[in-house]
Design a protein around this ligand. Structure first.
Ligand code: SF4
Length: 967
């Protein structure tokens, strides 16, 4: 590839280095919309495909199947509160670590089918991320454990409860001596209350907490600076200037949905008077946040400390009062770009009270302490950053797991109860949790899956999914939400609250009663307030005030001096390893979710795999190419991963994504990617030091969507396309827009257009249209999963993705611009454009795709004969073909996740975005019944509804007052 790369990028926008080098693989994709091997499936891939779909039933030949005939059974006596076909909505909440996502759940005939953000919840504000959207598939996962298991043997629930009662009596007899509990961190007031009850009833028992990906360093740093146990919450909407120090605050850091919404509010430009915030990002590995930066500075993550020290110095030099500077003078680095840092410092000072500095959770506490001091000196505390107390949370601490392991090895702990954590997978360093666990006489694992830890324990006990249970969760600002069950537990599993309550009293078996008891004691005894909390999804008046903080400079100086920065200040030759959560499967807990596994990474566009992300220069130094398997060794430990070259990556940074290489996740997640926890457990989230990188000589094919759906560049002449781009893709800076707000219309001069076709009449009724604001779209992927959930879009598996057959109706094209090694990144969501004279309609021989009077390019699936002419003729490449009957072997339980308002497509049928026509029709019917016009904003497509940044606006483009006409 290297020899074919031009010296500098010759195009304004490019998709990949392979695009620039015009490699054979790239040209194969863009020149052939339906790559070879389309009609046959090897027996091996067929087998893995079927196991992916959860097949366990009849394996009749895929090619020979017919449309199934199914019976339906009507209600004999209809339930009072359910009208068939009319969904009901209930508020609830989903915890993720210490985060809470307030949700509204759509239920069809007692079956949850779709999640949306709850507008009344402060973290969601009506929006949702990929994990929230994909939770519905997790609920119906057939690989969730269904029965208690004792030493590998399935047991009855009554057997387990008998053993649990005996355990309770033993606890009582020995005051809890020799017993330990291990849980994740928690924001549940009821779980925290039960924990306290257990520890006071059985005073010898011990409770440990662990979290593989933690904000502990942030809390510790803020504590060093303020002497208070607090955690920060940011108001990005109020910040005019933002500096991110290696923090992917728009996607993978805590509170990302709220952060993204606030950031977009400060960035959106709808009139010439609007201001736009300015984002500076310093990072090593290109993230979604880095992609949004106005100015991005690429340095190794281990130099962020030195950068922060330099920033402190510059701010002090420019007149800001920062006494801590004396503690960091030795940590400055003259090799960093002083001018860049100085400009940031000036911008921050000019925007005091309206600026914000944030640092990534993998940075050491010293960096977070300095960040707190900088924000305070800039008068940002109380304006763009608030601090909230942590006393009401059960927090993880890094030493907690080591203490438990020690206690197990020494015999102090003989019985261990593991609550919904998987340390056998996540703690697999040189002193793995698995070995400590072997020392326990009795072990109980409670969890959704019989995962790696469940399989290593004496007992595994299934737990209820958050959509099946009663619970509660507290947000950073104190807002409490009640988690209410949307469906009776599918496998009769209890919640962790119910299992724990039984340890206090065998008659305490109701999760509902436990949550009510907490509610009565801490919030209100009133039934009306309880009902309101259930209805709204938030407990009234539960929000608390921020804690006032003051920077204690002497103490901060002593803390920084007493705890030297863990990384050297000067640039070294040594490599660094940066571990981060996957934007798809997070820390591995979502590994068995097919929607998330197939979801292309927002930056690399890899699907179904993780890889070792490195820069082009590092790859050349070690003779590595994309897909080569490399060995990474640190100390005595090594890992082998396929290499992926990422523009924008710092030259000595190796980025490794957590959450892959599971062995007991389930049929979807087992064996996907490489488990990097063995190194993570040893090195922590960021390591700089002696790392050995070696090419193994092996290669691995990775499924990557970045070059899919391109156009035939050979025939259409690449240069000509590039010349036409400014007319197609019209862009301007804020100043240019202010000078000429009509630049979009004026960029191209059209002669009067003469249509080849008989023009439909677009002057009547609503004409539906969609606008996507590329200034605020971050590429978070939430719209893709929301669309998948709403429209019953199947997953197809890695092999099919490799062939360009992914079925997503909403794809996110990621482009680079500028330097090969340090480019800008632009995201463009692309769904069906619902063209007026749609080229696909002109060529369909059977009229399966045609135009509706309200401007939709509709598909009649049962007319489609699968010629694929429409897809050939589509200039946006947004049509998706069902090469196989992808849903044929879907287990019954997974079918429960499907939206009954949307047809499930069959083999040989073309499909594409419909603008969620079922939602349009629902509102049309309602408005007709109420004899009124459809209100602007009343119809929300699934992608629009979830989009955290409100980038997507749908509506009637014929109405000049509609929001879509105005943006
Ligand atoms: S348009 Fe899609 S990718 Fe862009 S911010 Fe909205 S949800 Fe995320």
């Amino acid at each position: 590839m290297k020899k074919n790369l031009p010296a500098t990028p010759r195009d304004r926008y490019w998709r990949s280095l392979e695009d620039m080098a015009q490699t054979e693989e790239f040209r194969r994709f863009v020149e052939n919309e339906f790559p070879e091997g389309t009609l046959e499936m090897s027996s091996l891939s067929r087998r893995s495909f079927l196991s992916l779909m959860g097949a366990s039933l009849a394996l009749a030949g895929l090619a020979g199947c017919r449309r199934p005939v199914e019976k339906i059974i009507p209600y004999v006596g209809a339930p009072e509160d359910i009208l068939p076909g009319i969904p009901l909505y209930y508020a609830s909440a989903l915890p993720l670590g210490l985060d809470v996502r307030g949700v509204v759940v759509e239920n069809h005939e007692g079956r949850p089918t779709k999640l949306e953000g709850n507008e009344l919840h402060p973290s969601s504000g009506g929006k949702a991320d990929v994990w929230t959207q994909a939770a519905i598939l997790g609920l119906y996962d057939p690989d969730r454990s269904q029965r208690p298991v004792h030493f590998g043997q399935e047991m009855r629930w009554s057997d387990f409860y008998g053993v649990w009662e005996q355990f309770r009596q033993d606890l009582r007899a020995h005051q809890g001596s020799g017993v330990a509990f291990l849980s994740s961190s928690s924001n549940s007031p009821t779980l925290i209350r039960l924990r306290q009850e257990i520890l006071s009833t059985y005073p010898q028992a011990r409770w440990f907490t662990t979290e593989p990906v933690s904000d502990h360093a942030i809390r510790q740093g803020v504590r060093q600076a303020t002497r208070k146990r607090v955690q920060p919450r940011y108001s990005f909407d109020k910040a005019r200037v933002i500096l991110s120090l290696d923090a992917d605050f728009l996607l993978t850091e805590r509170d990302a949905v709220r952060n993204a919404a606030g950031f977009a509010r400060g960035r959106r430009v709808e009139t010439e008077q609007d201001e736009m915030n300015r984002l500076y990002v310093v990072e090593s590995s290109l993230t979604v946040t880095g992609g949004m930066a106005d100015n991005r500075y690429r340095i190794p993550s281990s130099l962020i400390g030195a950068f922060t020290a330099e920033l402190v110095y510059q701010l002090q030099f420019l007149g800001l009062e920062l006494p801590v500077v004396e503690a960091v003078l030795d940590y400055r680095n003259s090799g960093l770009d002083q001018k860049w840092i100085q400009e940031v410092a000036i911008d921050l000072i000019q925007n005091q009270k309206r600026s914000l500095v944030v640092a990534g959770r993998h940075q050491p506490p010293q960096v977070h302490a300095l960040v707190a001091a900088i924000n305070d000196a800039l008068w940002n505390t109380g304006e763009t950053v608030q601090y909230y107390g942590t006393d009401d949370f059960l927090l993880d601490a890094p030493e907690s797991l080591s203490q438990l392991k020690q206690a197990l090895h020494s015999g102090e702990v003989e019985t261990v109860v593991l609550l919904d954590t998987n340390p056998v997978y996540t703690d697999s360093g040189t002193s793995p949790f698995r070995e400590a666990l072997r020392q326990a006489k009795h072990s109980y694992h409670l969890g959704l899956y019989r995962d790696e830890t469940g399989a290593a324990c004496e007992w595994h006990v299934p737990l209820a999914h958050p959509l099946e249970m009663w619970g509660d969760a507290r947000d950073i600002d104190g807002t409490v939400s009640i988690i209410q069950p949307q469906i009776r537990p599918l496998f009769e599993a209890p919640s962790s609250l119910e299992v724990l309550a039984r340890l206090l009293d065998p008659n305490r078996t109701s999760g509902h009663e436990e949550v009510r008891a907490t509610f009565r004691a801490h919030f209100s005894p009133s039934e009306a307030v309880w009902n309101r909390a259930l209805h709204d999804g938030v407990v009234p008046d539960s929000t608390v005030d921020p804690v006032p903080v003051k920077i204690r400079h002497p103490r901060l100086i002593a803390a920084v001096r007493g705890n030297p920065f863990p990384f050297p200040a000067q640039v070294q030759d040594q490599l660094e390893c940066l571990f981060r959560v996957s934007p798809s499967v997070y820390d591995g807990r979502f590994a068995n979710n097919g929607w998330l596994q197939e979801l292309p990474d927002p930056v690399t566009k890899l699907s179904w795999d993780n890889a070792l992300l490195i820069s082009r220069h590092l790859a050349e130094t070690y003779g590595l190419e994309r897909g080569d398997v490399a060995e990474v060794s640190v100390g005595g430990r090594s890992l082998e991963l396929p290499v992926w070259i990422v523009p924008g990556q710092a030259d000595r940074t190796l980025t490794l994504e957590l959450g892959y290489g599971r062995t007991a996740a389930g049929r979807i997640g087992n064996g996907v990617g490489v488990n990097v926890y063995p190194l993570y457990a040893e090195l922590g989230p960021l390591y700089s030091g002696p790392v050995r990188l070696r090419k193994t000589g092996q290669r691995l094919t990775l499924a990557c969507t970045q070059d899919h759906h391109g156009l035939d560049t050979e025939k259409l002449a690449r240069e000509a396309i590039q010349k036409r781009l400014p007319a197609i893709y019209r862009e301007a800076t804020l100043e240019e827009y202010r000078r000429n707000p009509d630049f979009v219309e004026e960029a191209v001069e059209h002669p009067p257009l003469k249509s080849l076709w008989e023009e439909p009449d677009y002057s009547q009724g609503p004409q539906w249209g969609m606008s996507i604001d590329l200034t605020v779209c971050t590429g978070c992927n939430a719209c893709t999963i929301a669309c998948q959930s709403e429209n019953n879009i199947p997953i197809v598996g890695k092999e099919q993705v490799e062939r360009g057959r992914e079925m997503h109706w909403m794809r996110l094209d990621r482009y680079y611009r500028g330097d090969f090694d340090d480019p800008e990144m632009v995201i463009e969501p692309v769904a069906c454009q619902q063209c007026e004279n749609a080229p696909c309609e002109q060529v369909c021989p059977v009229g399966a795709t045609s135009h509706t009077p309200d401007g939709l390019n509709a598909m009649a699936y049962n007319r489609c004969v699968g010629t694929r002419y429409c897809s050939n003729n589509c200039p946006y490449k947004v049509r998706r073909f069902n090469f196989y009957n992808y849903t044929k072997d879907t287990p019954e339980i997974v079918k429960m996740a499907m939206n009954p308002e949307v047809t499930v497509r069959f083999r040989g049928v073309m499909e594409k975005c419909t603008y969620c026509v079922q939602r349009i029709n629902r509102v049309k019917i309602d408005s007709k019944n109420e004899h009124r016009a459809i209100r602007d904003g009343e119809i929300k497509t699934a992608c629009e509804q979830t989009c955290p940044t409100d980038a997507i606006v749908f509506g009637d483009i014929r109405d000049p007052e509609s929001r879509v006409s105005r943006v």
